[in-house]
Design a protein around this ligand. Sequence first.
Ligand code: KIV
Length: 282
Amino acid sequence: MKTTTADFSAMKERGEKISMITAYDYSTAKLVDASGINSILVGDSLGMVMLGYEDTLSVTMEDMIHHCAAVRRGAQNALVICDMPFMSYQTSVYDAVKNAGRLVKEGGAGAVKLEGGVKFKEHIRAIVDASIPVCGHVGMTPQSVNAFGGFKVQGKTIEAAQRLINDALAVQEAGAFAVVLECVPARLAEYISGLLDIPSIGIGAGAGCDGQVLVYQDALAMYSDFTPRFVKKFADVGAVMRRGFADYNDAVKGGTFPAEEHCFKIDQSVMNELMIREGGSV
Ligand code: KIV
């Protein structure tokens, strides 16, 4: 059954937790979809974990469309949410609607996500008015890494906590169907989740959120450049891949791969005839 934004709000009402994880390609999307996870986020984190950038700022609309379309082809059931990359919506409300539309039309996204609260209320409302569901994202918003002076926990002072509450409420008032809370103290995130009618999806925001999201390479130990404290490793796929690659390398170098069962056959008579024509021997 295809998950919709209406299912998100029904899950919040029932007190059922919403599961979300990132994916950036067809094969991974199929695996995620088969697991029963409710939603796939095609995050602009792809800039770091797929493309090797230091942050998410260099990611383009073309990158997002390319990866989102691949994920969409692999996801039959999960709601596919695509991130709006840096400078695809900050520049104007017009750009926000136009680029959200591209993610839906060209990338096949079921919803878009953008970072920011009060300052982007008008942008969110305009996208929602264009019939495109929007997921907000407040707290530690990676596209503002330079303004924040690094990837830091948000909302720890009274002023910062109040700002965060205002941002989350602004996202809701603008018509978003959900909001990601990133790197927020757990008790504050739980309080905000209680204030909101829309579901909160936490990442580094504790168990009191209505759902959780993780970057899949973090959750499966496939990305070693940097692991945030809030990540739990659910499997050591990185170790399995390293071992598999090393075994393949050894087999190729040692001549044990390919074996007979991996080879295609040809009649000996054809080879004999060929050798006669070529003047060689078999
Ligand atoms: O880009 C991303 O993967 C995200 C999550 C960290 C929420 O925005």
